[in-house]
Design a protein around this ligand. Structure first.
Ligand code: MF3
Ligand code: CO
Length: 260
């Protein structure tokens, strides 16, 4: 993928991205706070949609390639793109919440996995390592590094813990479109090569999808829901970030999430 198709954001665009990121993060926090035993995934979706719209935005996911909801709620062996519906969240579940919001011409995109009540220590460790792998990657989200350095950091951290990385779905540039170049894989490969050099003004969604078992996934007959092939647990963690001359900035920050 050539660097010239990557949209570097200008000052004004960055401020709009910041606004979109804040709205997206607030929606993710709202959804996360609702993740409790007894609640339906549909009620989380409704609350997120209303929150985004009330704040002047549009849910980025709603009708995106026909996706029927404003949030993805991915439980246990579901990796990503779980469609909200009648399913009830139960004690012991791990629940990935993925939200996107569009405002003033730009998108934010973020996700996190939440533990519900009494989860196994193994599940909690998976969530922790997935989140850590994002922050390992962030150390390389700077001028002087390439996309592949981000990919390598995620992969090394998750694999060192005994986990595997999903290959079929990757992080991405984000801006006036939800998915822009470049791709940001969570693994290194000959196919993706080194990737482009990181440049100030790039806005990226870095999103490790980490499986407790093997890396293989399959898609259910609804054509959206991505599950692990072996039925083992999977976790997700994502923020929209800005590459600068210095430290990277998280554009989807959440108070109390450990980095605000
Ligand atoms: N955060 C996800 C992504 O980066 C969510 C997309 S869900 C969709 O692709 F329904 F909008 F596709
Ligand atoms: Co994304």
């Amino acid at each position: 993928m050539s660097a010239d198709r990557i949209q570097l954001k200008t000052g004004r665009e960055i401020e709009a991205m910041r606004k979109a990121g804040k709205l997206t993060a607030a929606a993710r926090a709202l959804a996360g706070a609702m993740v409790k035993p007894g609640i339906s995934t549909r009620s989380i979706d409704r609350a997120v949609r209303e929150f985004i719209v009330q704040n002047g935005g549009k849910p980025s996911f709603l009708h995106y390639n026909g996706y029927p909801a404003s949030v993805c709620v991915s439980i246990n062996e579901t990796v990503i793109h779980g469609i909200p519906g009648g399913r009830i969240i139960r004690d012991g579940d791990i629940v990935s919440i993925d939200v996107g919001a569009y405002i003033d011409g730009f998108h934010g995109d973020c996700a996190a996995t939440y533990a519900v009540g009494d989860c196994s220590p193994e599940a909690l460790r998976l969530i922790k390592v997935t989140r850590e792998s994002f922050f390992e990657a962030l150390k390389f989200a700077r001028v002087g590094y390439r996309i592949s350095d981000i990919s390598r950091a995620v992969q090394e951290h998750a694999e060192a813990a005994g986990y595997s990385l999903v290959r079929e779905f990757v992080g991405h540039g984000v801006g006036s479109k939800m998915h822009e170049p470049p791709e940001v894989p969570n693994f290194v490969s000959n196919e993706h090569g080194h990737g482009v050099r990181l440049t100030p003004g790039m806005t990226l969604a870095i999103e490790p999808m980490v499986n407790m078992g093997g890396p293989e996934v399959r898609i259910l007959s609804d054509d959206w829901t991505v599950v692990t092939a072996d039925g083992k647990l999977s976790a997700h963690y994502e923020n929209t970030i800005l590459i600068t001359d210095g430290d990277p900035q998280i554009l989807t920050p959440i108070e109390g999430d450990g980095f605000v």
